[in-house]
Design a protein around this ligand. Structure first.
Ligand code: FE
Length: 131
């Protein structure tokens, strides 16, 4: 269960139209367009909606997909996973465990040791650079 609950109107005020469409309406940014697709800056990626710490740059890798890709989450309780049968595919949706934001999907074709590829929309993330 998510800890932060905002009304649709509150999210619309807090987020950009793109962030709202992706995070609150389960949209997807076009590949190779997001600001973090090829970002190599060290730091922690926070949820763009609520600031929950989600991913570390240490786990980021270039999957070639055009979306920020991570081998693993920052901590096991950072995200929640749900079965997503939309668009004629069976995928696993990844959501912020704190506010329920749609982040992206996780696939089982990632590199070792996890074998996972967290495919995440840049618009759902806010990088907090390492100091
Ligand atoms: Fe969140």
């Amino acid at each position: 269960m998510t800890k932060i609950t905002c009304s649709e109107e509150q999210w619309r005020q807090k987020l950009t139209p793109e962030q709202f469409a992706i995070c609150r309406e389960k949209g997807t940014e076009p590949p190779f367009t997001g600001k973090y697709a090829s970002c190599k800056t060290r730091g922690i990626y926070l949820c763009a909606c609520c600031g929950n710490a989600l991913f570390s740059s240490e786990q980021k890798y270039d999957s070639g997909s055009g979306w920020p890709s991570f081998r693993d989450v920052l901590s096991a309780d950072s995200v929640t996973r749900e079965v997503d049968n939309s668009h004629g595919m069976q995928r696993t949706e990844v959501l912020c465990s704190n506010c329920g934001a749609h982040l992206g999907h996780v696939f089982e074709d990632g590199p070792e040791p996890t074998g996972l590829r967290y495919c995440i929309n840049s618009a759902a993330l806010e990088l907090q650079p390492e100091r």
